[in-house]
Design a protein around this ligand. Structure first.
Ligand code: ADP
Ligand code: MG
Ligand code: ZN
Length: 481
């Protein structure tokens, strides 16, 4: 029997405002437990929450970027539940009139398929605290620093059929929100958290099956594994005549399995009611026009532009724009040195190589566009050759602010050897030192010229112009025939 997987995502994203959603406490990650909180975010009786304007701005801009209708008149609601990480015993959220609805995201998956995923709604809410379990397992301590950190929850329609669509979606959300500058979307730090709702059905069926929900899986790799495991589990149950129970399941990374956490049957009664302490919000046409006017150029628009403006391949462009920080480094360097194809070359050959090899995140790249542009000019002017350039680039990439390309090249005597007399002398010397290779050349093995070029380059410390050396070697060898 052929089965089809159906998935819908609920993604929580922390907004990168300086202060919390209803008070002026800092949103900074970490900090000593219970030092980033006040009577408001810990819900002391008699306190009044006030909506942070920046939260509303960031939320609306996210909604517009995800092609949503913005609800001009929206409201907050109280979601009541008791849990030790939530000292108020309710979360301020939006149920009846979320600020954004009916959006969509166009995706291109890894294997090149184009898919559109609809967004059901996006709402604003506050985050809860964290429970810290003691190492000995006998005590749990609440840390309320995260209480009141602003979140948006992006709820998709059940439009996903394959895990590569889920991955493409999460990557797209990350880059879009990163380009907007409203969240860093770091799954490892919990600033982006995805719940995956999953059901299976027979191919061709128009009805959905019963779903389970997998909460807070914290990396793309784990999401892929969790989807593979959970879909297989459900298919096996159904093929054996069993039934899927609607429940929340936890993905255990070490065991590579999902486990039942709680059944959803009666867990859903949050006794929502309109939040009485916060007035309704109106969003005006002017505000929306303004937000549209400051909207940045997004990744897929950059891809089109890089292809037409710089003649870049789609693949290369997609890699560079996958991070706002890489795209910025690229664009600024091109602007400063005027040579897009050379900058592209060094981005692909070196920047991405080092990022992979040493696990450097794009936002942690310290290389400035000034230094990068200066380097490109030096290579273009033929002052160092590409081989030497690679070594210089590595030192520059990992060097600190004080690194000076000019000084480094001078101090290490790396300038390209252009002295044709010196090159000719070295060629002659190498020919004299290698009678065997000369004999091979004379017997028709023309490829051996490469060996001579290598030897000459080596003798000149790798610093000669490879083109000039190649020409000199070939001319000298031909004379011998
Ligand atoms: P709840 O109110 O229980 O959170 P929702 O209707 O809001 O449920 O749906 C939550 C998420 O689950 C949405 O992203 C939705 O697309 C997804 N979803 C709903 N039904 C299914 C299903 N049968 N299979 C997979 N995903 C589903
Ligand atoms: Mg839900
Ligand atoms: Zn506070």
């Amino acid at each position: 029997m052929e089965w089809e997987i159906v998935m819908g995502l609920e993604v929580h994203v922390e907004l990168a405002t300086k202060t919390k959603i209803f008070c002026s406490c800092t949103t900074e990650f970490g900090g000593k437990p219970n030092t980033h909180c006040c009577p408001i975010c810990t819900g002391m009786p008699g306190t009044l929450p006030v909506l942070n304007k920046k939260v509303l701005e960031y939320a609306v801009r996210a909604g517009l970027a995800l092609n949503c209708d913005i609800t001009r008149y929206n409201k907050f609601d109280r979601k009541n539940y008791f849990y030790p990480d939530l000292p108020k015993a309710y979360q301020i959220s939006q149920l009846y009139l979320p600020f954004a609805r009916n959006g969509h995201v166009d995706l291109e998956t890894e294997s090149g398929r184009n898919v559109t995923v609809r967004i059901h709604e996006i709402h604003m809410e506050e985050d809860a605290g964290k429970l810290v379990h003691s190492l000995f397992g006998d005590k749990t301590y609440p840390d309320y620093n995260r209480c009141g950190v602003p979140l948006i929850e992006i709820v998709s329609e059940p439009d996903f059929r394959e895990s590569e669509e889920v991955i493409a979606y999460l990557n797209k959300l990350k880059t879009t929100l990163e380009y907007l500058g409203i969240s860093d979307c770091k799954m490892e730090e919990g600033s982006m958290r995805a719940d995956v709702n999953l059901s299976v059905r027979k191919k061709g069926s128009t009805e959905f099956g019963t779903r389970t929900e997998m909460k807070n899986i914290n990396s793309l790799k784990s999401i892929e594994r969790a989807i593979a495991f959970e879909s297989k589990r459900q298919i096996e149950i159904l093929e054996n005549g069993g039934e899927i129970i609607q429940e929340t399941r936890r993905w255990d990374e070490n065991k590579e399995k999902t486990f039942s956490m709680r059944s959803k049957e009666n867990a859903n009664d949050y006794r929502y009611f309109p939040e009485p302490d916060i007035p309704p919000i109106s969003i005006t046409e002017d505000e929306i026009n303004y937000y549209n006017s400051i909207r940045p150029e997004f990744a897929e628009e950059k891809v089109v532009r890089y292809m037409s403006e710089y003649g870049m391949t789609k693949k290369d462009a997609q890699i560079i724009v996958s991070s706002k920080y890489l795209a910025k480094l690229f664009e600024e360097t091109v602007e400063k040195c005027g040579d897009p194809s050379e900058v592209r070359y060094w981005m692909m050959m070196q920047v991405l190589y080092f990022m992979n090899e040493r696990n450097v995140q794009p936002e942690n790249i310290t290389l400035s566009s000034d230094k990068f542009a200066q380097f490109v000019k030096i290579v273009k002017d033929g002052r160092i050759n590409k081989q030497i350039g690679k070594k210089v680039f590595e030192v520059m990439f990992f060097g600190d602010e004080s690194f000076d390309v000019e000084k480094y090249i001078k101090e290490n005597n790396l300038e390209q050897v252009e002295d044709t007399t010196l090159i000719a002398q070295t060629v002659e010397q190498v020919i004299n030192d290698n009678p065997k290779a000369v004999a091979q050349y004379k017997s028709g093995q023309k490829k051996i010229a490469g060996f001579f070029i290598g030897q000459v380059m080596k003798k000149l410390g790798g610093k000669a112009n490879p083109g000039t050396v190649g020409k000199a070697v070939n001319e000298a060898l031909e004379k011998l025939l």
